[in-house]
Design a protein around this ligand. Structure first.
Ligand SMILES: [Zn+2]
Length: 179
């Protein structure tokens, strides 16, 4: 990546220098201004290059911006649901049948949760006992009268757009006692 004092890769004549700006983003007609947006600007041709740390910092901001536009939970809201339950990121990933690191990625903005996962998280937040029952279920390996409500949730898990088809299937087997 670029740094102050580098030769401009476009014109080859100028040197790059820091420039802090306000960057505009747009998503589905909604606009977002990101302040303190560090770029390197060529003194000769005025070409701008985005700093790596700016990209990293902006990724989560943009993910949450798109989530808000799409009506999905933000990083902080997802974290709040988890901490209220007293679970680690890994424990949540296991319980929800997503990849080990995926719940952490929901929280740090690297991955946006599917609408189904979003709905499941809201349901768990509204009715935390559901999570307790799911946990008990996978340990006990037996079916009881709440099978129907569990299955409704489970169907949502299977409809996820994530890449977790296999673990979702395994969870279904556990829940239904078919493993
Ligand atoms: Zn230049």
């Amino acid at each position: 990546m670029y740094k102050t004092g580098d030769s401009c890769p476009v014109c080859g004549e100028g040197k790059l220098s820091d420039k802090v700006t306000v960057e505009r983003f747009e998503y589905k007609g909604q606009k977002l201004l990101v302040p303190d947006y560090l770029v390197y600007e060529c003194g000769v041709c005025s070409e701008e290059f985005v700093a790596r740390k700016t990209l990293n910092k902006t990724e989560k901001i943009l993910t949450d911006f798109r989530r808000e536009v799409d009506g999905l939970l933000t990083s902080e809201e997802i974290k709040a649901i988890r901490t209220k339950l007293g679970k680690t990121q890994t424990a949540m990933a296991t319980l929800l049948g997503v990849g080990e690191k995926n719940f952490a990625r929901y929280e740090n903005g690297r991955v946006t949760q599917s609408k189904s996962m979003d709905l499941l998280l809201r349901m768990i937040d509204e009715a935390p006992y559901i999570l307790g029952r799911l946990t008990a279920k996978s340990h006990m390996q037996q079916l009881t009268s709440y099978q129907l409500s569990v299955k409704a949730l489970d169907d949502r898990l299977l409809k996820r757009e994530d890449d977790q088809g296999v673990s979702g299937y395994k969870l279904k087997c556990e829940v239904l006692g078919a493993a």
